[in-house]
Design a protein. Sequence first.
Length: 157
Amino acid sequence: MLNQFGYVFLLLALAWIGQLALSLLQTRRFYRQVAQLRQGSYASAIGLAGSTWKRKVYGVLVVDTDLRVIRAGQLSGFTVFASLKPVSEVTGLHLDRIEEETPVTGVSQKLWSAFQNAAGYIRSHEEKRAREAQQDSPSEDEAGVVADAGKEAVHSS
């Protein structure tokens, strides 16, 4: 039979399993909502502000090809029942504006920091994409050599 400590241990284990299950449900719901936000977009990112000891805020930015925000959302709260909420104050802003220090009216400094974090991820992705495009296309010198080699091959026939 279980003594008092056994019951306490069993209760704690059941509470921990319940918390894990609720966290899993929240994560699945969050990523499903993010997938809906991303539909028809060019790029998107999730930023974070806060720490382990302070309340965390997640900011989601979805941008078009001109790097203008077409949709934004925030996830914050103390429980696993927190859900993604739209943030219309940043819709239409360019990524350059989000990278500035001063938040727009109606957006807290912590949420603005999360959006800046997400904007940084989008910028990094853009820079990587530009580097890859530059590596895939031959430079002017390489293009001239390729063109000259083609002429020589044509002339030798």
